[in-house]
Design a protein around this ligand. Structure first.
Ligand code: NAI
Length: 254
């Protein structure tokens, strides 16, 4: 392709945060490559490429990057956004479930970074944004594998930032609090009988944040864009930016 558009690749593109981020970058002139194990969605930009694939399988990442570079040989931004939760007590979590969470949320980022690095370097630099979670810094019961994967992702962000800095590649993480997406709403349906309505559970959750609401997916998309945009965040690398409506700033003993 001969035009001067910048390219970004995002995993978990068909989810709540993913869709908002695809739209946000596309509206700002990016060519978008989206990856998700869900099937293609109608509104995906027509000048972009959607790849249906499961990133927990290492060989699939090689196929994804081969397809992406066939589509366009350059890469400017990688957003590691795909995420998967197992919500059950630690002692009931199986080895298979633990491995699946780690493979989806953490190993895929390590393998994706290896494949994206030469492409970003060839462009003279770029940015990687990893979507971690508040669970990297404070967590709750019944979500140990997910919390460990998100904590690992924050540590991996620092390691990547240090190793990639000489090539002008910045690496940061966003740590969202509760965001109104299919993942959040799915969590309301697990393990509860006679449950309250989804909306009242959402309201109860919102009441626990300092600013009294959960985030819209677009509010995380704009933070991802900020961390990817050299014009706005050129001196920020190796950081985890909490976008949680103040959820983690209040002492739980208060
Ligand atoms: P979502 O469930 O709407 O979207 C996640 C997407 O990732 C889904 O489309 C899913 O198919 C895809 N995905 C998961 N595992 C995959 C795999 N192995 N291969 C390919 N695709 C895979 O969830 P949401 O909320 O949009 O999540 C986006 C990111 O934000 C995730 O990393 C999540 O952990 C993180 N996050 C979300 C929060 C929330 O409250 N919704 C809070 C903190 C972090």
């Amino acid at each position: 392709m001969s035009d001067m558009k910048k390219t970004m690749l995002i995993t978990g593109a068909a989810g709540g945060v993913g869709r908002a981020t695809v739209k946000h970058f596309h509206e700002r002139g990016f060519r978008v490559i989206g990856v998700d194990r869900q099937s293609v969605y109608a509104e995906f930009p027509t000048d972009g490429l959607f790849i249906q694939a499961d990133i927990s399988v290492p060989e699939n990442l090689e196929k994804i990057f081969a397809q992406a570079t066939e589509f366009t040989p350059t890469l400017d931004v990688l957003v590691n956004n795909a995420g998967f939760q197992v919500t059950k007590p630690l002692v009931e979590t199986t080895v298979e479930e633990w491995d699946m969470v780690m493979a989806s949320n953490l190993r895929s980022v390590f393998l994706g970074a290896k494949l994206a690095y030469p492409l970003l370097k060839a462009e003279g630099g770029g940015a990687i944004v990893n979507v971690s979670s508040v669970h990297a810094v404070a967590t709750s019961a019944n979500i140990a594998a997910y919390a460990a994967s998100k904590g690992g992702l924050l540590a991996l962000t620092r390691a990547m930032a240090i190793e990639f800095a000489p090539d002008n590649i910045r690496v940061n993480a966003v740590l969202p609090g509760a965001v109104d997406t299919p993942m959040l709403r799915a969590g309301f349906h697990r393990g509860r009988e006679n449950e309250a309505s989804e909306e009242s559970q959402l309201a109860a959750l919102a009441a626990k944040t300092v600013n009294g609401r959960v985030a819209l997916p677009e509010e995380i998309a704009s933070v991802i864009y900020f961390l990817a945009d050299n014009a706005q965040s050129s001196f920020i690398t190796g950081q985890g930016l909490l976008a949680d409506g103040g959820a983690t700033c209040r002492l739980s003993t208060e």
